[in-house]
Design a protein around this ligand. Sequence first.
Ligand SMILES: NC(=O)c1ccc[n+]([C@@H]2O[C@H](COP(=O)([O-])OP(=O)(O)OC[C@H]3O[C@@H](n4cnc5c(N)ncnc54)[C@H](OP(=O)(O)O)[C@@H]3O)[C@@H](O)[C@H]2O)c1
Length: 335
Amino acid sequence: MSSSLPDRYRAMVVRETPEGFVKTVEELPIGQLPDNDVLIRVHYTSLNYKDALSAIGNRGVTTHYPHTPGIDAAGIVTRSRDERFKPGDKVIVTSYDLGMDTPGGFGEYISVPADWIVPLPEGLTLRESMIIGSAGFTACYGVYKIKEGGIEPDEGPVVVTGSTGGVGSFSVALLSQLGYQVVAVTGKQKEHQFLKSLGASEIVPREVVTDRSNKHLLKGRWAAAVDTVGGEILDTIIRQTRHNGIVTCCGNVLGPVLKTSIYPFILRGVSLMGIDSGITLMPRRKKLWKRLSEEWRLKKMEELTREVKLDQLADEVDRILEGNQIGRVIVNLTG
Ligand SMILES: NC(=O)c1ccc[n+]([C@@H]2O[C@H](COP(=O)([O-])OP(=O)(O)OC[C@H]3O[C@@H](n4cnc5c(N)ncnc54)[C@H](OP(=O)(O)O)[C@@H]3O)[C@@H](O)[C@H]2O)c1
């Protein structure tokens, strides 16, 4: 390690104890980080649902504890063995194994393979890149698939579920900015003003997209959908989607099972498109980040964001687990 590096760095650590999984902010030896190509001083990270799963011991996300979660990080290269990056470069790392079994962005330093790194696009600050983070990138990917699939704003409403959450709120704002009529589904009555401010033209309760009638097709309402919750809501939305509509799905808040029938697909030509931002290949990853920094640069980034410090993060993790998080939470690690 270079002599200009501190010996220790601050990080949120999740430890498995007899009482359960416990989160504390600790000072860790920097020499304990994995010996990867590029060492990065993290300036900002953001909170995603997956981080909360890692923080409660979900073995599908993280197998080894103690562990530092954080699937997103933006910062400055401190040291590099890879010729693509040099000290001082501003960079973004999202997904791959970061924050899963590789110490993640909830610490002041990360050490990662160079292949995981996206240079910060011109037109975004490090802070803005974490307002976007994995949630915003996932929202962008869903909107990209709707757009590439040929659904234009004049074809009818686009419904967004889990609309006050990270992926949902970003989707509402991005779709609205691109001229789509957005119907936001939420369980939070008191957040209607927030969703309006992001550009939702209509706000409906979850019951509107929860049908237990077992009818194979329902009245066609949506030209497209961004579903972040799955389960019976995704099943209902598929049956409510109009001829040749596109439904994107990314989340499993309501569990892993999807029950549906073949009819929306063979009688209405509905397409169901999955989003896995975690394994997006680098050329497309860079293309979407470039788009997010240029023509799809979100005007309402600040409206959907709260900034916290590392010491406040544990409470924010609990809030996202309860389904009570609003918009995006970013963590400033520079202070
Ligand atoms: N596939 C991928 O690449 C990818 C990437 C990022 C995230 N994800 C997944 O996408 C999902 C959303 O992530 P996120 O970061 O946006 O999480 P989040 O901020 O916690 O948002 C989830 C939202 O779902 C809604 N919700 C909560 N409980 C619900 C329930 N019982 N029934 C219906 N809706 C409920 C809430 O919105 P309302 O109160 O407004 O309804 C909540 O804000 C997660 O499952 C996450 O793992 C997947």
